[in-house]
Ligand binder design. Structure first.
Ligand code: ADP
Ligand code: MG
Length: 252
């Protein structure tokens, strides 16, 4: 059974999808069978890997019981990386899921059927703590929390950690926080350096050594439908995501 990582933060635009796509790609490139599950109705990870955002079957048809997990997995241009794509209809799951008892376990059950074939499964969560993110946290072994190094970085983090502890206590005792990941970091500005120091002081031992720099290539890559390591393998962004993948893979 592979290790399942959820990439979660209720804030939007902090680098969740970018991290999910690029860590998954780097881990696959390093030789591990990897699955990326796009559980955000915005389907940015799906599109960022060059797939249509309204393909069938998809994670919504799987959660609805209309498709088998296995048949919904799609190969990508990266060897050993498969995707369970999203679909805009998944937005409806936020209303439908809470009405069904036990619905927080749907993704866990769906993944149990395929997870043994993968060394790593990466879940890209939507920017909320709603039913889809809860499904991801129930299915996951570990959580990576991307944190943008900007002025409001610390805001909401304590609340997020409380939510993770609640899920761990009530729904998924396996769940641990793998770490916070500083993203879109600008080491040249005083603000960037101050925020990094502050986050590391507040959460000692909980912040990944690797820091993801703000990098134009990282931002461009999704418009070509490829991870940054295929867009520009030698840019600073690719270096950083390879380093992070090493940190993640070393933990198993
Ligand atoms: P989230 O999934 O948390 O909403 P995204 O990963 O979609 O956040 O990132 C938000 C935006 O910032 C996207 O346009 C993305 O391409 C861009 N971005 C993310 N990380 C970086 C980075 N390290 N350098 C430059 N742009 C980035
Ligand atoms: Mg996203």
């Amino acid at each position: 059974m592979g290790t399942i990582y959820a990439i979660a933060n209720q804030k939007g635009g902090v680098g969740k999808t970018t991290t999910a796509v690029n860590v998954a790609a780097c881990i696959a490139e390093a030789g591990y069978e990897t699955l990326l599950v796009d559980i955000d109705p915005q389907a940015n990870a799906t599109v960022g890997l060059g797939l249509p955002k309204d393909g069938e079957p998809n994670v919504y048809s799987v959660l609805s019981g209309l498709a088998d997990t296995e048949e919904a997995l799609v190969p990508t241009a990266i060897e050993r990386l498969k995707v369970l794509p999203s679909h805009p209809d998944l937005a409806g799951a936020n209303v439908e899921l809470p009405r069904q008892p036990g619905s927080e376990n749907l993704l866990r059950h769906a993944l149990a059927r395929v997870a043994s074939r993968f060394s790593f499964v990466i879940l890209d969560c939507p920017p909320s703590l709603g039913p889809l993110t809860v499904n991801a946290l129930v299915a996951a072994d570990r959580v990576i929390v991307p944190v943008q190094t900007e002025y409001f970085a610390l805001e909401g983090l304590a609340g997020l950690l409380d939510t993770l502890a609640l899920v761990q206590r009530e729904l998924n005792p396996r769940l641990t926080v793998a770490g916070m990941l500083l993203t879109m970091h600008d080491n040249r500005t005083r603000l960037g350096r101050d925020v990094e120091r502050e986050v590391r002081q507040h959460f000692p031992d909980l912040v990944f050594d690797t820091v993801i720099p703000r990098n134009v290539r990282i931002g461009e890559a999704p418009s070509y439908g490829v991870p940054v390591i295929h867009h520009d393998p030698h840019c600073l962004g690719s270096d950083a995501y390879f380093e992070l993948a090493k940190e993640v893979a070393a933990r198993g």
